[in-house]
Design a protein around this ligand. Structure first.
Ligand SMILES: [Ca+2]
Ligand SMILES: [Ca+2]
Length: 320
């Protein structure tokens, strides 16, 4: 009987692995790549007027590069200008990438049928003249705000054409007083953990006035409310995370004095109500609670004595 159970569990495990979903990019993200058959100076940099550029076509009869996994083929289809090959002349592609956090890693895989040059913010990162050969680029200097990824590609032989750009960017959002991204309040209303809640009347959170919490040889610089909180009181905190890609790995490091509940887009993802544990940093996987576009982190901390403070630092890897 036990042997049968093991076999059943193995079959379930293997079946589960085979059934991993192959998901395309959401249409809003796929539509961000624009293309043109001619372009003026500055076409690959910020501020260029893309009037007349067309959303790319992904419906191409083309063989995919040998290095692309099934998951990558589903998510990152080869693209081209809808009008066709342009007789071997350059075809221009660009996508604006919005960065809201501090970029810790930016990595691109690029290939074309047949040739390409790849640019970031107007700077040439590299080129490849062999069809469907992978080039990989690690990019420094993706700044918060708008960035432009661009490629010039040519279809110089055969009946097929296409360009694929697989972007992976990891961002973190540490607390800073200047950014005023974390808002806080001592009272709240229904739906305060959700993305639609109006927190415009909330105050910016401020750096903690007490010494940083030290744990595992690291210092955790906390933030808190502008008011000194002492005794039994709840405080509420919110911030947004804008993701211009699909989150594929995301975690939050959190601690709260004296206890906390963390919500992502209204979903409770972590809580610690034991005073002896809540001040120790915990790392929580929040990947499944995030989506592309605007997300909201919401934290309730409950103080019972002494200062009240929070450390909450998200890190998200997204693909696009
Ligand atoms: Ca070709
Ligand atoms: Ca306390």
């Amino acid at each position: 009987m036990r042997g049968l159970m093991v076999v059943v569990l193995l079959v379930l495990a293997v079946g589960g692995a085979l059934a991993a979903p192959l998901e395309p990019l959401p249409p809003e993200l796929a539509a961000k790549w624009l293309s043109a058959l001619s372009a003026r100076d500055g076409w690959n940099a910020l501020g260029y007027d893309t009037e007349g550029w067309a959303p790319v076509s992904y419906d191409l009869p083309v063989s995919y590069p040998i290095w692309m996994t099934p998951a990558q083929q589903a998510r990152h289809r080869l693209m081209w200008h809808p009008a066709g090959n342009n007789n071997g002349q350059p075809v221009y592609f660009r996508r604006q990438l919005w960065v809201s956090g501090r970029v810790t890693e930016a990595f691109f895989r690029v290939a074309a049928d047949d040739q390409f040059r790849f640019y970031a913010n107007g700077r040439l990162l590299g080129e490849e003249r062999e069809p469907l050969v992978l080039r990989q680029f690690t990019l420094d200097g993706l700044a918060p705000g708008a960035n432009v990824l661009a490629a010039e590609a040519r279809d110089v032989m055969g009946q097929s054409r296409g360009l694929v750009v697989i972007g992976e960017v990891t961002q973190e959002w540490p607390f800073t007083a200047e950014e005023q991204a974390w808002r806080c309040s001592l009272s709240t209303g229904t739906g305060w953990t959700g993305a639609d809640y109006d927190d415009t009347q909330w105050q910016p959170a401020v750096p903690d006035r007490a010494p940083a919490i030290e744990a595992d040889h690291q210092r955790y610089e906390c933030f808190t409310t502008p008011q000194d909180l002492d005794g039994f009181v709840n405080a509420y905190f919110r911030r947004t995370l804008d993701l211009d890609g699909v989150p594929v790995a995301a975690k939050v490091t959190i601690l709260g004095d004296d206890s906390y509940q963390l919500y992502v887009n209204g979903q409770l993802v972590a809580l610690e109500r034991r005073m002896d544990y809540a001040w120790r940093p915990a790392t929580v996987d929040i990947t499944s609670a995030l989506h592309h576009g605007r997300n909201v982190l919401a934290v309730q901390i409950t103080n019972t004595w002494g200062p009240a403070r929070l450390y909450c630092a998200p890190v998200v890897k997204m693909v696009f």
